[in-house]
Design a protein around this ligand. Sequence first.
Ligand SMILES: O=c1[nH]c(=O)c2[nH]c(=O)[nH]c2[nH]1
Length: 294
Amino acid sequence: MRVTLGANQYGKAEVRVVRVRRDGPRHELRDLNVSIALSGDLAEVHLSGDNGSVLPTDSQKNTVYAFARRYGIDQIEDFGLLLARHFVDSQPALGRARVRLTEYGWQRLGPHSFQRDGAESRTATVTVTADRTTVESGLTGLVLLNSTDSEFNGFVRDPYTTLPETDDRILATAVEANWRHRDGEPADRTATREWAGSYAGVRAALVGAFVDTYSRSLQQTLYAMGHRVLAERPEIAEIHLSLPNRHHLPVDLAPFGLTNPGEVFVATDRPYGLIEGTVTREADGVAGPVDGGP
Ligand SMILES: O=c1[nH]c(=O)c2[nH]c(=O)[nH]c2[nH]1
């Protein structure tokens, strides 16, 4: 039987790199998914197991992070060219490097606050019985990020705790929120409320509280968001928030002789912390958040 090795390539797929430029108070954000595929004279690797011409995919990933720090990221075409040329120029066995890049767009909300484009949906759940009508409105997939003004420290340390304390991290979440409208008078039950204005107001309160809160934890931010909704929107009785903590971990660039002063992050998708809670209006009002930040 004659068997031959056909076309082959290898590389690191889906390197999630977030680059924050923080020269001044106004941060710039780039969020990429980078996949590398290298090919060339790699037959021996497959036929005999000789790895003498294999640049590990782990090194390829590290190159993405190191280049993000060293050269910054502006246009993804330029960043792709930089990477692809580097691999072909530095590895004699390689005849081709293909780098595919996806950039996720973020809209600016403030000097260090951003909202991810797309993926947001508005939801509603209506329940009618003989004597009660309940209307819940909501949203899902509202992805928000603060590139500073977030810390997490002072937490429990047990024998399994390795998490370092941090006084400056990225805080990012995909908001899922559901809020219940106060019951109308019986005569109102079939009346049309100004749902669009209410939705826009609640959404603005959620975003505003996320942007404005100096966060000591996502739990504290959750309560501040719920509180702002109830404080600003008298028509809302209760809100439930489900906030995944979209971890952005600073990359250790010291092995490559580079510092990383909160500029290059790996965006991880799982596992993630999931912070959930309900904030309710009591008969006599709503307790305010305890102001936590500096
Ligand atoms: O805001 C946070 N809350 C937590 O409960 C938690 N746990 C963790 O590991 N990181 C974080 N961050």
